[in-house]
Design a protein around this ligand. Sequence first.
Ligand SMILES: Nc1nc2c(ncn2[C@@H]2O[C@H](COP(=O)(O)OP(=O)(O)OP(=O)(O)O)[C@@H](O)[C@H]2O)c(=O)[nH]1
Length: 216
Amino acid sequence: MAKAYDHLFKLLLIGDSGVGKTCLIIRFAEDNFNSTYISTIGIDFKIRTVDIEGKKIKLQVWDTAGQERFKTITTAYYRGAMGIILVYDITDEKSFENIQNWMKSIKENASAGVERLLLGNKCDMEARRKVQWERADQLAREHGIRFFETSAKSSVNVDEAFSSLARDILLKSGARRLVSREMAAGPPVPPCSPATSGPPSAPWAERRGGLDLSPG
Ligand SMILES: Nc1nc2c(ncn2[C@@H]2O[C@H](COP(=O)(O)OP(=O)(O)OP(=O)(O)O)[C@@H](O)[C@H]2O)c(=O)[nH]1
Protein backbone atom coordinates (compact mmCIF):
# COMPACT_ATOMS: atom_id res chain seq x y z
CA MET A 1 0.00 0.00 0.00
CA ALA A 2 1.33 3.46 -0.88
CA LYS A 3 2.49 5.48 2.09
CA ALA A 4 -0.01 8.21 3.04
CA TYR A 5 2.67 10.86 3.52
CA ASP A 6 6.33 11.61 2.89
CA HIS A 7 7.06 13.67 6.01
CA LEU A 8 5.49 14.29 9.39
CA PHE A 9 6.03 17.77 10.81
CA LYS A 10 5.00 18.79 14.30
CA LEU A 11 3.91 22.40 14.68
CA LEU A 12 2.96 24.27 17.84
CA LEU A 13 0.91 27.44 18.32
CA ILE A 14 1.64 29.75 21.23
CA GLY A 15 0.44 33.20 22.28
CA ASP A 16 -1.78 34.93 24.83
CA SER A 17 -5.15 33.52 25.77
CA GLY A 18 -7.90 34.58 23.36
CA VAL A 19 -5.74 35.60 20.37
CA GLY A 20 -7.33 32.87 18.25
CA LYS A 21 -4.90 29.93 18.27
CA THR A 22 -7.64 27.28 18.42
CA CYS A 23 -9.68 29.05 15.73
CA LEU A 24 -6.65 29.23 13.40
CA ILE A 25 -6.09 25.49 13.79
CA ILE A 26 -9.77 24.69 13.25
CA ARG A 27 -9.83 26.92 10.15
CA PHE A 28 -6.72 25.19 8.82
CA ALA A 29 -7.67 21.59 9.66
CA GLU A 30 -11.45 21.69 9.19
CA ASP A 31 -12.13 24.92 7.28
CA ASN A 32 -14.57 25.97 9.98
CA PHE A 33 -15.05 28.84 12.42
CA ASN A 34 -17.01 29.19 15.66
CA SER A 35 -17.29 32.48 17.51
CA THR A 36 -18.01 30.81 20.86
CA TYR A 37 -14.91 31.12 23.02
CA ILE A 38 -13.92 27.97 24.89
CA SER A 39 -10.47 28.46 26.39
CA THR A 40 -8.09 25.54 25.74
CA ILE A 41 -7.29 23.38 28.77
CA GLY A 42 -3.67 22.30 28.56
CA ILE A 43 -2.93 20.99 25.09
CA ASP A 44 -4.68 19.49 22.05
CA PHE A 45 -3.84 18.75 18.41
CA LYS A 46 -5.32 18.43 14.91
CA ILE A 47 -3.97 16.97 11.69
CA ARG A 48 -4.00 17.97 8.05
CA THR A 49 -1.93 16.67 5.16
CA VAL A 50 -0.79 19.19 2.56
CA ASP A 51 1.11 18.96 -0.73
CA ILE A 52 4.33 20.96 -0.81
CA GLU A 53 6.96 20.82 -3.53
CA GLY A 54 5.46 17.52 -4.71
CA LYS A 55 5.71 15.98 -1.24
CA LYS A 56 2.86 14.92 1.03
CA ILE A 57 3.44 16.63 4.35
CA LYS A 58 1.40 15.49 7.32
CA LEU A 59 1.11 18.39 9.75
CA GLN A 60 0.39 17.55 13.36
CA VAL A 61 -0.62 20.93 14.76
CA TRP A 62 -0.52 21.32 18.52
CA ASP A 63 -2.73 23.89 20.23
CA THR A 64 -1.54 25.22 23.59
CA ALA A 65 -3.49 27.01 26.29
CA GLY A 66 -2.47 30.66 26.47
CA GLN A 67 -3.31 30.90 30.17
CA GLU A 68 -0.32 31.22 32.49
CA ARG A 69 -1.54 28.40 34.77
CA PHE A 70 -0.90 25.81 32.01
CA LYS A 71 2.65 26.98 31.27
CA THR A 72 4.36 23.95 32.83
CA ILE A 73 2.35 21.54 30.69
CA THR A 74 2.59 23.51 27.46
CA THR A 75 6.31 24.31 27.56
CA ALA A 76 7.01 20.56 27.81
CA TYR A 77 5.75 20.31 24.21
CA TYR A 78 8.10 22.94 22.76
CA ARG A 79 11.05 20.55 22.48
CA GLY A 80 9.29 18.18 20.06
CA ALA A 81 8.13 20.95 17.72
CA MET A 82 9.80 21.53 14.36
CA GLY A 83 7.91 24.78 13.83
CA ILE A 84 6.41 27.23 16.33
CA ILE A 85 3.76 29.78 15.39
CA LEU A 86 3.60 32.87 17.63
CA VAL A 87 0.16 34.46 17.55
CA TYR A 88 -1.03 37.89 18.72
CA ASP A 89 -4.35 39.69 18.18
CA ILE A 90 -4.13 42.91 16.09
CA THR A 91 -6.85 44.45 18.32
CA ASP A 92 -4.96 43.68 21.54
CA GLU A 93 -1.77 45.67 22.15
CA LYS A 94 -0.78 43.59 25.19
CA SER A 95 -0.86 40.35 23.19
CA PHE A 96 1.65 41.92 20.77
CA GLU A 97 3.93 43.20 23.56
CA ASN A 98 3.91 39.70 25.04
CA ILE A 99 5.35 38.23 21.83
CA GLN A 100 8.79 39.11 23.24
CA ASN A 101 8.05 36.90 26.27
CA TRP A 102 6.83 34.07 24.04
CA MET A 103 10.07 34.41 22.03
CA LYS A 104 12.01 34.09 25.28
CA SER A 105 10.03 31.02 26.20
CA ILE A 106 10.95 29.43 22.84
CA LYS A 107 14.62 30.17 23.50
CA GLU A 108 14.40 28.52 26.91
CA ASN A 109 12.30 25.49 25.97
CA ALA A 110 12.45 24.66 22.26
CA SER A 111 15.08 22.85 20.21
CA ALA A 112 17.77 25.07 18.73
CA GLY A 113 17.01 25.88 15.11
CA VAL A 114 13.24 25.45 15.41
CA GLU A 115 11.45 27.36 12.63
CA ARG A 116 9.32 30.26 13.86
CA LEU A 117 6.49 32.27 12.32
CA LEU A 118 4.66 35.39 13.57
CA LEU A 119 0.91 35.80 13.01
CA GLY A 120 -1.24 38.86 13.73
CA ASN A 121 -4.71 37.34 13.90
CA LYS A 122 -8.23 38.90 13.68
CA CYS A 123 -7.31 41.16 10.75
CA ASP A 124 -11.01 41.18 9.84
CA MET A 125 -11.47 43.66 12.71
CA GLU A 126 -9.75 46.64 11.05
CA ALA A 127 -11.84 49.21 12.91
CA ARG A 128 -10.51 47.93 16.24
CA ARG A 129 -6.89 47.61 15.15
CA LYS A 130 -4.29 48.56 17.81
CA VAL A 131 -1.16 47.03 16.29
CA GLN A 132 -0.01 48.44 12.97
CA TRP A 133 1.25 45.98 10.36
CA GLU A 134 4.59 47.84 10.12
CA ARG A 135 5.41 47.33 13.82
CA ALA A 136 4.92 43.59 13.62
CA ASP A 137 6.77 43.40 10.33
CA GLN A 138 9.70 45.19 12.00
CA LEU A 139 9.64 42.76 14.95
CA ALA A 140 9.60 39.78 12.61
CA ARG A 141 12.56 41.20 10.67
CA GLU A 142 14.51 41.68 13.91
CA HIS A 143 14.02 37.99 14.66
CA GLY A 144 14.60 36.94 11.06
CA ILE A 145 11.21 35.25 10.73
CA ARG A 146 8.18 35.48 8.44
CA PHE A 147 5.06 37.44 9.34
CA PHE A 148 1.44 37.26 8.17
CA GLU A 149 -1.73 39.00 9.27
CA THR A 150 -4.50 36.40 9.36
CA SER A 151 -8.18 36.02 10.04
CA ALA A 152 -9.43 32.65 11.22
CA LYS A 153 -12.93 34.10 10.91
CA SER A 154 -12.71 35.31 7.30
CA SER A 155 -10.16 32.68 6.27
CA VAL A 156 -7.44 35.16 5.31
CA ASN A 157 -3.85 33.89 4.95
CA VAL A 158 -4.43 30.82 7.15
CA ASP A 159 -3.46 28.17 4.56
CA GLU A 160 -0.68 30.44 3.31
CA ALA A 161 0.81 30.80 6.80
CA PHE A 162 0.83 27.07 7.64
CA SER A 163 2.11 26.15 4.17
CA SER A 164 4.93 28.67 4.30
CA LEU A 165 6.10 27.31 7.65
CA ALA A 166 5.90 23.73 6.38
CA ARG A 167 7.84 24.72 3.24
CA ASP A 168 10.58 26.35 5.33
CA ILE A 169 10.89 23.22 7.49
CA LEU A 170 10.97 21.00 4.40
CA LEU A 171 13.70 23.08 2.77
CA LYS A 172 15.71 23.18 5.97
CA SER A 173 15.41 19.42 6.56
CA GLY A 174 16.48 18.82 2.95
CA ALA A 175 19.57 20.95 3.47
CA ARG A 176 20.26 19.20 6.77
CA ARG A 177 19.96 15.77 5.15
CA LEU A 178 22.41 16.80 2.42
CA VAL A 179 24.96 17.95 5.00
CA SER A 180 24.47 14.80 7.14
CA ARG A 181 24.97 12.60 4.10
CA GLU A 182 28.24 14.37 3.34
CA MET A 183 29.30 14.07 6.98
CA ALA A 184 28.28 10.41 7.08
CA ALA A 185 30.36 9.74 3.99
CA GLY A 186 33.32 11.15 5.98
CA PRO A 187 36.82 9.76 5.62
CA PRO A 188 37.19 6.33 3.97
CA VAL A 189 36.50 3.50 6.45
CA PRO A 190 38.74 0.41 6.30
CA PRO A 191 36.86 -2.72 5.24
CA CYS A 192 35.47 -4.84 8.12
CA SER A 193 35.63 -1.98 10.64
CA PRO A 194 32.69 -2.02 13.06
CA ALA A 195 29.61 -0.17 11.87
CA THR A 196 29.09 3.29 13.31
CA SER A 197 25.74 4.71 14.19
CA GLY A 198 26.19 7.81 11.98
CA PRO A 199 25.31 11.36 12.90
CA PRO A 200 22.63 11.83 15.53
CA SER A 201 19.19 12.70 14.21
CA ALA A 202 17.71 16.12 14.91
CA PRO A 203 15.84 16.27 18.23
CA TRP A 204 12.64 16.68 16.29
CA ALA A 205 13.44 14.06 13.67
CA GLU A 206 10.26 12.74 12.18
CA ARG A 207 8.84 9.56 13.62
CA ARG A 208 6.99 7.37 11.21
CA GLY A 209 4.24 4.85 11.67
CA GLY A 210 1.62 6.47 13.83
CA LEU A 211 1.32 9.39 16.15
CA ASP A 212 3.78 10.15 18.86
CA LEU A 213 1.79 12.09 21.43
CA SER A 214 4.56 12.54 23.93
CA PRO A 215 5.87 16.08 24.49
CA GLY A 216 9.16 15.53 22.74
N1 LIG B 1 -13.14 38.48 14.66
C1 LIG B 1 -12.37 37.42 14.87
N2 LIG B 1 -12.50 36.70 16.00
C2 LIG B 1 -11.68 35.64 16.17
C3 LIG B 1 -10.72 35.25 15.21
N3 LIG B 1 -10.06 34.17 15.68
C4 LIG B 1 -10.59 33.89 16.87
N4 LIG B 1 -11.57 34.76 17.18
C5 LIG B 1 -12.38 34.78 18.41
O1 LIG B 1 -11.52 35.00 19.52
C6 LIG B 1 -11.93 34.23 20.65
C7 LIG B 1 -10.78 33.38 21.16
O2 LIG B 1 -10.41 32.43 20.16
P1 LIG B 1 -9.62 31.08 20.51
O3 LIG B 1 -9.20 30.47 19.23
O4 LIG B 1 -10.38 30.23 21.44
O5 LIG B 1 -8.37 31.70 21.29
P2 LIG B 1 -7.07 30.92 21.90
O6 LIG B 1 -5.88 31.73 21.53
O7 LIG B 1 -7.07 29.50 21.45
O8 LIG B 1 -7.32 31.04 23.47
P3 LIG B 1 -6.79 30.06 24.67
O9 LIG B 1 -7.27 28.69 24.37
O10 LIG B 1 -7.41 30.64 25.92
O11 LIG B 1 -5.30 30.18 24.71
C8 LIG B 1 -13.15 33.42 20.19
O12 LIG B 1 -14.33 34.08 20.58
C9 LIG B 1 -13.03 33.42 18.67
O13 LIG B 1 -14.28 33.30 18.04
C10 LIG B 1 -10.62 36.02 14.01
O14 LIG B 1 -9.81 35.79 13.10
N5 LIG B 1 -11.46 37.10 13.90
